[in-house]
Design a protein around this ligand. Structure first.
Ligand code: SAH
Length: 228
């Protein structure tokens, strides 16, 4: 994440690079212009370590410290698009990380709740998002448990590769809502996941669709001391 005032500028050059990236995302198949518009309004370079800001508008994932990464722009765009939600919807994100995906969700006009299991990232990202004016509710805790106090959610977006669908997240989905989760898939390859959409049709019925192969850092169990 950027720490100096100079890096928190958003120059014409940055804006130009961002427009070019968005064009590339269109060519890659992102069709929801609202998602692209939200990404246009969030300077991705603000969420990256100073050493990497020059690469902020390449379509790549980067390390953000604590062994974690900021997702590929295509991945952020695709997951946001798959939520299929309107402004005002209530969304739960699992894996706050750098806060970039969270900021894009806020820019979409969603009411955003986000959980991070690593204290160091939580402590760094929560005040950063606030300082940059992105209004989101951030929690230090275990994403496997979701956030029952604020359920049901119109959408739940998991930004780490999960070994299975956490039961608690299904229960916290509103009827008609979607869970977008990258699921470990041996057929996709080691360390790869299949993007999975689970839609709640009614209290008991869930449907499932898949959307291709992606690569995420693993979803891990909570460390002792993390609050649910
Ligand atoms: N959305 C982030 C992506 C960060 S990478 C961004 O835009 O930068 C995935 C994040 O998920 C990491 O920060 C990791 O610490 C977090 N994570 C892993 N397991 C988790 C769990 N069980 N609960 C909550 N967060 C988790």
């Amino acid at each position: 994440m950027s720490t100096t005032a100079a890096n928190l500028s958003d120059t014409y050059r940055h804006k130009g690079l961002r427009r070019a990236l968005l064009q590339k995302l269109r060519e890659m198949g992102i069709a929801d212009e609202r998602v692209l518009d939200a990404m246009d309004r969030v300077p991705r370079h603000h969420f990256m370590d100073d050493a990497f800001v020059h690469f902020a508008y390449d379509n790549k994932a980067f390390r953000i410290g604590a062994g974690q990464t900021i997702s590929h722009p295509y991945t952020v765009a695709r997951q946001t698009e798959l939520l299929g939600l309107e402004p005002g919807a209530k969304v739960l994100e699992i894996g706050t990380g750098s806060g970039y995906q969270c900021a894009v969700l806020v820019a979409m006009g969603f009411k955003v709740h986000s959980i991070e299991r690593q204290k160091a990232l939580f402590d760094r990202t929560t005040p950063f998002l606030k300082q940059q004016g992105y209004r989101a509710h951030c929690y230090y805790g275990d994403g496997y448990k979701g956030k029952p106090a604020f359920a049901p959610f119109d959408g739940i977006l998991v930004t780490c590769g999960a070994p299975r669908i956490p039961e608690a997240l299904l229960g916290q989905l509103a009827v008609g809502g979607r869970l977008i989760i990258p699921l470990d898939d041996p057929e996709a390859g080691e360390g790869k996941q299949t993007m999975t959409e689970v839609r709640r049709m009614d209290e008991e019925t869930f449907t499932r669709r898949t959307h291709g192969t992606f690569a995420f850092v693993p979803m891990l169990a909570a460390r002792s001391g993390a609050q649910g």
